[in-house]
Design a protein around this ligand. Structure first.
Ligand SMILES: [Zn+2]
Length: 457
């Protein structure tokens, strides 16, 4: 269901196109796509059936920009927020996240997705790259369809691993067949908004045979491969003990790296390993909030950019961040880049790009979304910069305003494919109060099933 037409008028367009155009002007959406910007709007409006847009949005005092792309996320984990604290990566996975994922039902999975989606949509996010859990992928697809978000998603694939609950382990053949079945049912669904990826979780949970089969299926079907790598030092040590090398050379040797590869974290990559990503035109996703909370380390995104590696920004899951907030991630990414490269950091424009056009490019979606350009899908966010925490000179540098001053509560409108999902505090596809109540109820029974007795009280 897309709007006939929507005119967003009176704002400042932050286009994130190749020229990085910033200009006062209007934006016209029709048939789910951006049909005109700025000076081209009057003629395009005149060409509409009755010479005006069906809906108007006054963006005065606001920036109009491409919606944020969350390039690494686990919506199945939103329900675990608060249950898996004060831990590092492997202990967090083995003692909390995997037992909790194993306890999911279709209903708890849907509640987890919708709880997270309420927050994402209200924060200007229009596109997510989500790793599901091993099961309940149809419930995930159905819930994503109901949110109205654009999403790439796929079941996590796990065919081995220390302390993996039996319910999450599948043979490689069955895991891949199940993922391809999900692709048959969901890839291209919802007018193309939903796509399916192959998501082997990480090296420690996937056999060499599974990586080989995933690589071949990705090539044949054109599906993204979404995984984690080089996230924490202890993980790196276990990976080296298991396969004899670090993750990046292992992936390069197996032929896993390709333009369809999206790897989260990459905290512990050296320059030679980053070069492997450039050579394969593979993408990396920076998740600074998660990396800090789990104590994993500081990814060198400046080095990724200098090497020409495709890249995006993500929050990771609700149980390791714990926000699903692009503004928080942008501020952290900017600050960490300044700490790592004091004299040559990423600037605010680079950071906004990471959260929009670069992220879309990393997911292979740059032809459709990631920038405000005529002909592209109308995935748009409107962010006000007229509140006191922006005063007095927000318009002087809109990128700095977005990265260092704006908050998710400054988002006024979020639209995907021209369909308004959120407008001035009101969701149109989700009922936040109901989603929150269902999440609390489902989380309690899920915690009981997982044996987290104290949390279920
Ligand atoms: Zn993750």
């Amino acid at each position: 269901m897309t709007l006939d037409s929507l005119l967003i008028h009176g704002g400042t367009l932050v286009c994130m196109d190749a020229a990085r155009t910033v200009t006062r002007g209007d934006l016209l959406v029709a048939g789910g796509r951006i049909v005109a910007l700025g000076s081209a709007v009057p003629a395009a409006l005149a060409a509409l059936p009755d010479g005006r847009a069906a809906e108007r949005f006054d963006a005065s005092g606001s920036l109009v920009l491409p919606g944020f792309v969350h390039a690494h996320l686990h919506l199945c984990q939103t329900l675990f927020r608060g249950l898996a604290e004060h831990s590092d990566l492997l202990r967090w996975l083995r003692e909390a996240i995997w037992p909790l994922e194993a306890a999911h039902t279709d209903a708890s999975l849907a509640a987890s997705v919708k709880l997270g989606a309420c927050e994402l949509v209200a924060g200007g996010v229009t596109c997510v790259n989500d790793m599901g859990t091993v099961h309940h992928s149809d419930a995930l697809g159905q819930a994503l369809a109901e949110t109205g978000l654009r999403a790439v998603f796929g079941p996590a694939l796990m065919d081995q691993g220390d302390r993996v609950p039996p319910r999450l382990l599948e043979g490689a053949d069955r895991a891949l067949a199940s993922a391809l079945g999900v692709a048959d049912r969901w890839h291209g669904a919802e007018e193309g908004r939903l796509r399916v990826s192959l998501a082997p979780r990480f090296i420690l949970s996937c056999s060499e045979g599974l990586w080989r089969d995933v690589t071949e299926a990705s090539r044949e079907r054109g599906l993204l491969v979404h995984t984690h790598l080089a996230e924490s030092p202890t993980e790196g040590g276990e990976v080296k003990a298991a396969v004899g090398s670090h993750a990046a050379p292992y992936f390069a040797k197996q032929g896993v790296l390709s333009p369809r590869f999206v790897g989260a974290h990459g905290v512990w990559l050296d320059d030679d390993e980053i070069a492997l990503f450039k050579r394969a035109n593979a993408a990396l996703v920076h998740c600074p909030g998660s990396n800090l909370k789990l104590g994993s380390g500081l990814a060198d995104v400046r080095a990724w950019k200098r090497a020409g590696v495709r890249r995006g920004l993500g929050s990771d899951g609700g149980a390791c961040n714990n926000r699903l907030d692009s503004f928080a991630e942008m501020a952290l990414a900017a600050g960490l880049a300044r700490v790592v490269h004091r004299d040559d950091p990423l600037n605010a424009q680079d950071i906004v790009a990471l959260a929009t056009c670069d992220g879309a490019e990393a997911l292979g979606l740059a032809g459709e979304v990631g920038s405000l350009e005529a002909g592209k899908q109308a995935d748009v966010a409107v962010v006000r910069i007229d509140r006191l925490h922006h005063a007095p000179f927000a318009e002087r540098d809109v990128y700095t305003a977005l990265v260092h001053a704006a908050r998710d509560t400054d988002v006024r409108l979020t639209a995907v494919q021209g369909r308004v999902l959120y407008r001035d505090g009101t969701h149109t596809t989700l009922e936040p109060a109901r989603c929150a109540a269902e999440a609390v109820s489902e989380a309690r029974t899920l915690a009981q099933r997982a044996g987290f007795a104290g949390a279920a009280a």
